[in-house]
Design a protein around this ligand. Structure first.
Ligand SMILES: [Fe+2]
Length: 202
């Protein structure tokens, strides 16, 4: 079989399986896949356009990144653990690629609110004195569920989102389905101290 015919997404899924073997949570994660000896080059190529978009977003010629791979199974809250914002004010954008076809809502697509809906929920939760990143109010959850737009895509389709907007990974409903995905974490000036990041010059 020629190299071009090999399904690179299947190769990445297999590598994620190897890397998360020792973890026992239903949402298993591995980090810094851009540095991985087996799939690092493929990952870097896959995200090359996203690196350019990210440098424009942050207005810098260099960015700091980590590519996270995860495998999510049925019977948990979904990737990310329920409705939340990654940051509330600081600019934060992420790029995503599913490694399995997440082409219907039973397969746990990411679900996003828009800016107006996000502001409404934050306003609603202000009355409960909830100033955190997580959505806690049952009523808010109900609105989020109704309003959230599902990012339904085949494997390999890249999409991005401002993760200041309220979002979640929808809980998987399809029996036996495993949702594999890559997420590109990118930072400009303000890098979190608890992450190992790779500097990319553009
Ligand atoms: Fe998130």
């Amino acid at each position: 079989m020629s190299l071009n015919k090999i399904d690179k997404f299947a190769v990445i899924r297999k590598r994620i399986d190897q890397l998360v073997r020792e973890q026992h949570e239903a949402d298993k994660r591995c980090w810094n896949l851009e540095l991985d000896t087996q799939i690092g080059d493929t990952i870097t190529k896959l995200f090359s356009n996203a690196f350019k978009e990210a440098s424009e977003f942050y207005g810098q010629t260099h960015i700091y990144i980590s590519v996270m791979g995860n495998r999510v199974k049925k019977d948990i809250l979904g990737s990310g653990g329920g409705w939340h914002q990654d940051t509330r004010i600081k600019p934060q954008k992420k790029w995503f690629v599913y490694l399995s076809d997440v082409d219907n809502i039973q397969r746990g697509p990411t679900q996003f609110l828009n800016i107006y809906q996000t502001i409404f929920i934050k306003f609603l939760e202000l009355f409960c004195f909830n100033f955190g990143n997580r959505v806690n109010l049952n009523l808010s959850n109900w609105f989020c569920k109704m309003w959230g737009k599902h990012a339904v895509h085949k494997k390999g389709v890249m999409f991005s989102a401002d993760t200041r907007l309220i979002h979640r990974g929808t809980p998987i409903e399809e029996d036996g389905f495993e949702r594999y995905a890559l997420t590109l974490y990118v930072y400009g000036k303000h890098t979190p101290a608890n992450m190992t990041l790779t500097k990319i010059e553009l």
